[in-house]
Design a protein around this ligand. Structure first.
Ligand code: PLP
Length: 392
């Protein structure tokens, strides 16, 4: 039987609709300006991001994966890291996190997610380091997965005592804040906790372009300069190629469109927060685990890029929801360590080594993302939650 109503997972045209006129004006500005690479829109976006995140240096780049790989490659060119060193990364992240590490000639060292937050923690970071004594670890990539800040006091202590560099994959967490830094002195924005923060403006992200774009943010002037240089063919001045670089610049048309979306980031993030709250209040099922809600004082610790429930009967639940018109998604159905390209790499680098990540693998079988964006109305969220409660 056909369901009488469809609840889409994420309808991008509906997310865009409220900003249609502003987006058209922004596109017109670019068309009329004659600046089709670089120029004022890129500079304005960089300076607005710098103000929003309270971080001195921002470099717009082509996408989130490039933000990550340019940062790691820059650290190698700056001699902060050496090729062959390990970078700890949670195994349940999106594959781009891992591809950036591999692309830079570094070695992914997989960590388990914490079972409650589904994110890297001090405990799982410590365990990944202890479990891999044969690899010289130079950096940690903390991933603020699903929009939740992955940063705690234990993590900070390990990072400090081991002298590790920290790259934050902030693709899913623009606008999230960490309350576990600076203790009494307040909070810091995700992306500014470590040495570099990498953002994506892929259309489905909380602040989405109408195409691909990304950014690197940092307090390190040398890193910012190197990222900018590598993203522009490795030329530190015109027709002088100090490095074998790439073309990874941000497109000014996307920069102009992102500026419109960025000005509405708080609205988008709070709509997601309200939806997540509603799910957490209504869903009540013996076979379903709900995501952790941040405490009232720390609501911005999560910007709910995804609202992820867990069930040992995940596939059945997804089918049941689909038959009732509720579209869901899975982030992610395969742990990165289990992707064929990564399994082959591991077999080549460490013949015979067994990688055991039971928590990440179990999560890949149990996670299910529900519609949570601003395009899903409060009444739809209530209806979806009621449908979930009737799952038998
Ligand atoms: C989206 C995403 C990326 C990659 O960003 P793109 O702009 O799509 O290249 C990297 N890491 C995570 C966690 C992501 O969600």
């Amino acid at each position: 039987m056909e369901p009488e109503k469809i609840y889409p997972f994420l309808q991008l045209d509906a997310v865009t609709a409220p900003y249609r006129e502003e987006l058209i004006d922004a596109a017109k500005r670019v068309i009329n300006s004659g600046w089709y690479i670089g120029g004022p829109e890129v500079e304005s976006l960089e300076s607005e991001l710098s103000d929003l995140l309270t971080v001195p240096f921002v470099v717009g780049v082509s996408n989130g994966l490039d933000a990550l790989r340019l940062t790691l490659r820059s650290w190698i060119e700056l001699h902060y890291l050496r090729k062959g060193q390990g970078v700890v990364v949670p195994a349940n992240t999106f594959i781009a996190s891992v591809l950036a590490i591999v692309d830079a000639g570094l070695v992914p060292v997989f960590a388990e997610p914490d079972i409650v937050t589904m994110n890297l923690s001090g405990i799982t970071l410590g365990k990944a380091i202890a479990d891999n004594p044969d690899i010289e670890i130079g950096a940690v990539m903390t991933v603020h997965l699903y929009g939740r800040v992955a940063w705690d006091e234990d993590m900070r202590k390990i990072i400090e005592s081991e002298g590790l560099l920290v790259i934050e994959d902030t693709a899913q967490a623009i606008g999230a804040r960490s309350y576990s830094v600076d203790g009494l002195f307040g909070s810091k924005n995700a992306g500014t906790l470590g040495h570099a923060g990498c953002f994506s403006f892929y259309p489905t992200k909380n602040v989405g372009a109408l195409g691909d774009a990304g950014a690197v943010v940092t307090h390190d002037r040398k890193l910012a300069t190197m990222v900018k240089t590598l993203a522009n063919y490795g030329a530190d001045r015109r027709y002088h190629n100090e490095y074998c670089g790439y073309n990874c610049r941000i497109d000014p048309l996307q920069a102009a469109l992102i500026r419109v979306k960025l000005a509405h980031m708080e609205e988008e993030n709070s709509a997601r927060r309200v939806n997540a709250d509603t799910y957490n209040q209504i869903i009540n099922h013996p076979h379903i685990k709900l995501p952790l809600m941040p405490s009232r004082d720390c609501v911005k610790e999560c910007v709910w890029h995804q609202y992820v429930i867990r069930s040992p009967r995940r596939n059945e639940l997804q089918e049941y929801l689909k038959s009732n018109g509720v579209m869901t998604d899975i982030h992610y159905p395969v742990a990165c360590s289990r992707q064929p390209c990564i399994e082959r790499l591991t077999a080549k680098l460490f013949p015979g080594k067994q990688i055991s990540l039971p928590v990440a693998e179990k999560m890949s079988e149990e996670v299910l993302s529900l519609p949570v964006s601003s395009a899903t109305s409060a009444s739809d969220v209530r209806e979806i939650a009621e449908i979930i409660n009737c799952f038998e």
